[in-house]
Design a protein around this ligand. Structure first.
Ligand code: COA
Ligand code: ZN
Length: 309
């Protein structure tokens, strides 16, 4: 099985959407560039949602227009209704992601539709994307626990996955939106969907609320998953899902994978420089668990080099 793992950096969207401090377009682009410099080649870069609902994303069109568009970089944009889809098309997006939550209450909190109406709306949008030749990433969000309704049966995750695949979705990402999963649960969910559809079309989106995002990622990896969302410095959270903390930190995930012989093409030192950029932009101390240790090693190396010179 391949050792290559795709890291889909979601800091610019999931990471920033909850931040109080507004990050202007040039700041978002500076962070994007720092991540590209570190080797990141896949991004969920913006969401085209209501600027009243998520002010941080109000400049999505401008950000999208400023991104360095290169064949080797994969960008997706999150859309949650028809208006968002239209805006994404106007911006020239070639990949859209859509988040269908697993429960009535989460869909209602997020997009003011119950599960049935949300399902119908996303099916329509996925079909439209198919006709438009646009790639779709269907997210089954709150798949491992809902802040309003609690446990989510695996059967629901299977059902919503099937619904989006039947409509023509190209990829499905299973999301632990509030970080309530544990590795055994994560393993069970991925084992179930992988057995039905194979691992290649799936990705994992994991939050680190209870410090289990890395072991959860490992559990998914063992089931053959080779695509992960993560966020620089562990930024993130959903304003409509109480308790959701940041995504798994990109630097920690990349470090774990590289140490274990997987290939991400991403440089941890470069990611830590991007953490510095993100900290300056949001005015908060960020960073995964690897930061302190990594910097202490760098200091040691610099000291040894100075002594040898
Ligand atoms: N982009 C820009 N504006 C949008 C929009 C979009 N995708 N969707 C709706 N709007 C605007 C409408 O034009 C309207 O503006 P107005 O008040 O100036 O007339 C206003 O938002 C309300 O529109 P309506 O269709 O009644 O939507 P709503 O109030 O039922 O809200 C959503 C539904 C989905 C638009 C809104 O809740 C939303 O964007 N939520 C974001 C959820 C999110 O980002 N979650 C985190 C990621 S999963
Ligand atoms: Zn998320």
């Amino acid at each position: 099985m391949t050792k290559k793992v795709l890291i889909n950096e979601v800091g610019l969207r999931d990471g920033l959407q909850i931040q109080q401090k507004f990050v202007p377009t040039e700041g978002k682009l500076e962070l994007g560039q720092a991540l590209i410099d570190a080797g990141v080649r896949a991004f969920e870069a913006v969401s085209f949602v209501s600027p009243k609902a998520v002010p941080q994303m109000s400049t999505a069109g401008e950000v999208w227009a400023g991104l360095p568009m290169k064949d080797e970089i994969y960008y997706s944009a999150l859309v949650l209704n028809e208006k968002g889809y239209d805006r994404a098309m106007d911006s020239g997006a070639k990949v859209v992601s859509m988040a269908l939550a697993s429960t009535n209450k989460m869909n209602e909190a997020n997009i003011r539709l119950d599960l049935e109406s949300a399902s119908a709306m996303f099916v329509k949008l996925i079909k439209r994307a198919k006709d438009d030749g646009v790639e779709t990433r269907g997210y089954v969000s709150t798949a491992m626990g809902c802040p309003y309704e609690g446990d989510v049966p695996v059967e629901t995750v299977v059902e919503l996955t099937k619904l989006m695949l039947d409509a023509g979705a190209d990829k499905i990402s299973i999301a632990d939106t509030i970080g309530s999963a544990h590795p055994e649960q994560c393993k069970r969910i991925f084992a179930t969907v992988v057995e039905k559809w194979g691992a290649d079309i799936f990705g994992a989106h994991l939050h680190d609320t209870r410090a289990l995002a890395l072991p959860n990622a490992w559990a998914a990896l063992e089931e053959g998953i080779r695509e992960f969302d993560s966020s620089i410095g562990g930024l993130g959270g959903c304003p409509f899902a109480p308790g959701a903390k940041g995504n798994v930190a990109t630097e920690d995930l990349v470090f774990m994978l590289e140490q274990s012989g997987y290939e991400t093409g991403i440089d941890v030192g470069g990611l830590l420089r991007a953490v510095g950029v993100a900290e300056r932009l949001v005015g908060l101390k960020l960073g995964g668990r690897i930061t302190e240790w990594w910097l202490s090693q760098e200091r040691k190396k610099a000291k040894a080099a100075a002594e040898a010179a």
